[in-house]
Design a protein around this ligand. Structure first.
Ligand code: GBH
Length: 482
């Protein structure tokens, strides 16, 4: 049963849609710099203009209204608000832009969910060491307080950091995301650590200075695939799956929701690997200081980005120092899971239901927002994207089952994404939108996909009813408006 107040949303991120990379005093960020280097991104694409949402916000608003969404998840560009990343220098034009976005949403009865950080660190802070530097936590906290102070009278749902896993691993271990560092086995742990410290400081700031007055909720968005052992009864595969979970979901969720520290299995695996490689000394996984704000309890809800599922077996390492060797677990695809679009995205809607149940059982039944979930398209444009439409229908049914049959406290669902946009290292070659954006057109015209049209219908029937009998959760179309 979808509760009456269930949040039906779509999500975007600043760098992926805004463009206006130098407009009105915005400072450069690490993605601006990364994309302008040769060989980093598919066909040297960049987010200089992207969907041009900096100029075309009102078009986005029309799209949001056309879908009949109750919520919209956007991210703020740190360097648009604070060009050098620090609060003494505020770019008022940036403040005006987001004020208009937020006010327009509210005027249309759409609630904003705002992410403070979605991969786009101000370059000025990268130049001082970025997320590897311990100082980043207080700098982030100042930025967060600035945002709570400036927008928190109207924004009630906050995400501090989007996918710390991706920033840490892709940005600092594999080097395929900005800032493009390849320091396997060390930097990612440091970055993840500083992201957790930064998140916790911001949550405590909200809690101490803003919560009473603003009455909002703050969390961090954690990406996780659903993982299961390659062979169901195999002890090695089961153990590898546990390690895989510890190094992905557990890395960030365990400290925040369970113990205030990393999963024991993560630390013991890393330390055992260090020993094996003859490296003694302090652990490569940092420890939280008792003198800093506690990490445990710093999420008012669980924000989950789910895209796909994987089977897990031991191994996969390169023999040198790296995260995969530490976790001694590798993922494989189940051939029965279709891949339609980008190669990593096996389409497994039922994995979301299993993951939601796992989150309920592991993290003490938190309120959950699915802050991202989507289906990609590559190659020739298909406006009649029947597969994606079927995917959304199947997925929302799985969410319904999770709520109704597994009693998971799911509060909302955000489709990734409102618009086709800049898909990081894949540039514009991978399309996730409910609206197509024509990047060859100077006006960046938006056209609704079939899946977008079908979403409109869904919202109408889902808020109406789901078959009450728990053994046969079904979605049936009903034409009454919510
Ligand atoms: C989200 O991350 C991001 O938050 C969003 O900005 C992005 O547009 C969206 O996904 C779609 O990609 O290439 O085999 O190494 C999703 C989490 C985890 C998805 C790692 C891509 C790469 C697998 N990501 N995964 S692989």
């Amino acid at each position: 049963m979808f509760p009456r107040e269930f949040a039906w949303g779509a999500a975007t991120a600043a760098y992926q849609i805004e463009g206006g990379w130098q407009a009105d005093g915005k400072g450069p960020n690490i993605w601006d710099i990364f994309c302008h280097e040769k060989g980093r991104v598919f066909e040297e694409h960049n987010g200089d203009v992207a969907c041009n949402s900096y100029e075309l916000w009102e078009k986005d608003l029309e799209c949001i209204q056309q879908l009949g969404l109750t919520h919209y998840r956007l991210s703020l560009s740190w360097a648009r608000l604070l060009p050098d990343g620090t609060t003494p220098h505020v770019n008022q034009k940036g403040v005006q832009y987001y004020n208009k976005v937020i006010d327009d949403l509210l005027a249309c009865n759409v609630s904003p969910m705002v992410t403070l950080y979605h991969f786009d660190l101000p370059q000025a802070l990268q130049d001082q060491g970025g997320w590897k530097s311990p100082d980043i936590a207080t700098l982030f906290d100042s930025y967060a307080k600035f945002c709570f102070q400036t927008f928190g009278d109207r924004v009630k749902l906050w995400i501090t950091i989007n996918e710390p896993y991706v920033c840490a691993k892709f940005g600092h271990e594999d080097g395929i995301h900005a800032p493009g560092l390849k320091e396997p086995g060390t930097a990612a742990y440091l970055v993840g650590h500083n992201m957790l410290r930064a998140h916790a400081m911001a949550w405590h700031s909200y809690n101490s200075f803003y919560r009473t007055k603003q009455k909002g909720a703050v969390s961090l968005a954690i990406n996780s695939d659903w993982h299961e052992p390659l062979h169901a009864g195999c002890t090695e595969d089961i153990a590898a799956t546990e390690r895989y979970f510890a190094f992905t979901l557990g890395w960030f969720a365990w400290p925040v929701f369970v113990t205030g520290d990393y999963p024991e299995l993560m630390r013991s695996s890393i330390d055992a690997q260090s020993k094996k490689m003859g490296c003694s000394g302090s652990s490569r996984l940092p420890s939280f200081s008792k003198d800093e704000p506690a990490i445990l309890g710093t999420a008012d809800f669980f924000a989950l980005n789910y895209y796909t599922s994987r089977k897990v077996k031991p191994g996969g390492g390169c023999g040198k120092m790296c995260m995969v060797c530490d976790q001694d677990a590798e993922v494989v695809l189940d051939p029965s899971w279709p891949i339609c679009g980008v190669s990593w995205l096996a389409v497994v809607p039922h994995g979301l239901r299993k993951l939601l149940k796992y989150i309920k059982d592991t993290f003490n039944n938190p309120a959950v927002y699915i802050t991202e979930n989507g289906f990609s398209q590559v190659g020739p444009l298909q406006i009649e994207d029947v597969q994606r439409s079927g995917f959304y229908k199947d997925t929302i049914l799985e969410v319904a089952k999770a709520i109704q049959e597994d009693e998971v406290n799911v509060r909302g669902y955000f489709a990734w994404s409102l618009l086709d946009n800049f898909e990081w290292a894949d540039g514009f070659s991978v399309r996730f939108g409910l609206f197509h954006v024509d990047f060859a057109d100077a006006k960046r015209s938006r056209t609704i996909y079939q899946s977008g049209r079908d979403q409109q219908k869904k919202r109408c029937h889902l808020t109406c009813h789901i078959e009450k009998n728990p053994s046969k959760t079904q979605l049936s179309y009903c034409r009454h408006a919510a």
